[in-house]
Design a protein around this ligand. Structure first.
Ligand code: ZN
Length: 455
């Protein structure tokens, strides 16, 4: 039977809003019904079980009971899968960090078997941290993208990924050319984009490591494939911004470089955007692009404090992202906690409903995928997570003393790590359960998780 009934506390944001604290939907005793990978029904348990047919299901135990809180699977709008192994690398800021740690690590992904193993590891880690969709940088090697999408396909995960385009200021073994980047990216788009749940992102790493000729090719691809994503970096570090002025003196500012090559539009995701000029804020708002706010990365690399209030006031789409391996945690709760601290340093308190929204419906809406993921509306794909309120003794004690849902949510965000994720579901299938082995299977299998190392 493909229909499954889940009963428990449920929280999500059913629509796009500028005031998530006033527009969430919460069921203390709710029911979520999934069917054929999608959400069929969401509502109060008392209403649902009034109907005799559903009452019978309750009597026969055909209902999965959840003690924790069910929320939509979270969306990480900027993360580098090859960098998971170099997370927590010491002592550098952006440009030195790339040379010292990132580039040597990424060279290993020329090896298909290595890329396959790391893709599977990374995806399982995402699921165990409650993230069910991510926009992911691979490496310059097309095989790294194939490795990632094959692993995602076996889990039926909705994932965005792209081959890094990079033809200067990096080791020769990591360089492509404008032509080869275009050709390889186009072949990957044709193979993967909109195949199953895969979606492609055209991925120039950032303007310094692409020649103008390569950015022109990226823009050509973006125009030829207008529903693909674009992902890159923008104004992360002051040294980087100064370098852009040297490399591209004819452009008004950093964003202006991307604009000149048709890379600023809906479904364009810009990591960081910390050191923006007034014009760049306005232009980002008009374009419909998204800023990926990467709090733990920005603190870790000492890049600066993202001005969330300004970006929101300008009407720019913002989502929260881990940016692992510069980010220090795949957990989007941990990144929400760092986002709160970054806002506090600017005399603003980020509301916990807002930060959860930025990792679910808000992220999906900005990226144009909220008809698919980011909420628990009937018709959406059934990607969701159950949280464990007993995840740690401190969290448990703190939650007992909370009087409101806002207080509870803030405590979860501030105190949680991957222990708070009890179960993760993709397309209605259980793919992760805390304390047990996670397994990728081919997409025809039913249950995607086997307990106690039984495989
Ligand atoms: Zn990044």
């Amino acid at each position: 039977m493909t229909q499954q009934v889940h009963r428990g506390s449920i929280l999500h944001f059913p629509k796009t809003t500028s005031d998530p604290a006033a527009n969430y939907q919460y069921f203390n005793d709710g029911v979520l019904v999934t069917e054929n990978g999608r959400i069929r029904h969401l509502g109060e348990a008392s209403e649902f079980f009034k109907l005799p047919a559903n009452q019978q299901r309750l009597n026969y135990g055909g209902v999965e009971m959840h003690k924790g809180l069910i929320i939509p699977g979270m969306i990480d709008s900027h993360v580098h899968f090859p960098q998971i192994e170099m997370i927590a690398s010491y002592g550098k800021q952006l440009l030195d960090w790339l040379n010292e740690y990132t580039f040597p690590t990424e060279q290993q992904f020329a090896n298909q078997a290595y890329a396959d193993a790391q893709a599977e590891f990374f995806l399982n880690q995402l699921l165990s941290h409650g993230t069910t969709t991510a926009s992911v940088f691979a490496t310059v090697h097309p095989q790294s993208v194939n490795a990632f999408f094959c692993a995602a396909e076996s889990l039926q995960a909705r994932m965005i990924c792209g081959k890094v385009m990079m033809d200067r200021f990096c080791p020769e073994t990591l360089q492509d050319t404008p032509e080869s980047a275009y050709r390889d990216s186009k072949a990957l788009i044709e193979r993967w984009h909109n195949q199953g749940r895969a979606m492609y992102a055209i991925t120039p790493r950032f303007a310094p490591t692409s020649t103008p000729e390569q950015l022109a090719k990226a823009g050509q691809l973006a125009n030829e494939h207008p529903d693909t994503f674009i992902q890159t970096h923008l104004s992360e570090n002051l040294g980087e911004v100064a370098w852009i002025k040297e490399l591209y003196p004819e452009h008004s500012d950093y964003l202006g470089v991307y604009e000149a090559y048709d890379l600023v539009r809906e479904r364009a995701l810009f990591g960081h955007a910390i050191h923006l000029e007034d014009r760049e804020y306005r232009s980002l708002a008009q374009s419909g692009a998204t800023i990926s706010f990467c709090p733990s990365s920005n603190l870790f690399l000492g890049s600066g404090l993202f001005n969330f209030d300004r970006a929101k006031a300008e009407g720019i789409h913002v989502s929260i992202a881990s940016d692992v391996g510069a980010g220090t945690d795949l957990s989007l709760f941990a990144n929400q906690a760092d986002a709160y601290k970054i806002c506090q340093l600017q005399n603003s308190s980020l509301d916990p409903f807002e930060s959860l929204y930025l990792s679910t419906q808000g992220a999906a809406a900005g990226m144009g995928i909220d008809h698919l993921v980011g909420n628990l509306n009937p018709g959406s794909e059934a990607d969701f997570v159950e949280l464990d309120f007993m995840a740690s003794p401190i969290l448990q004690q703190r939650l007992l003393r909370c009087k409101t849902l806002r207080e509870q949510l803030f405590a979860i965000i501030t105190l949680s790590d991957d222990r708070v994720i009890e179960r993760t579901y993709l397309c209605g299938n259980l793919v992760y359960k805390k304390g047990s082995k996670v397994c990728g299977h081919n997409s025809t299998s039913g249950l995607r998780y086997l307990s106690n190392g039984s495989m």
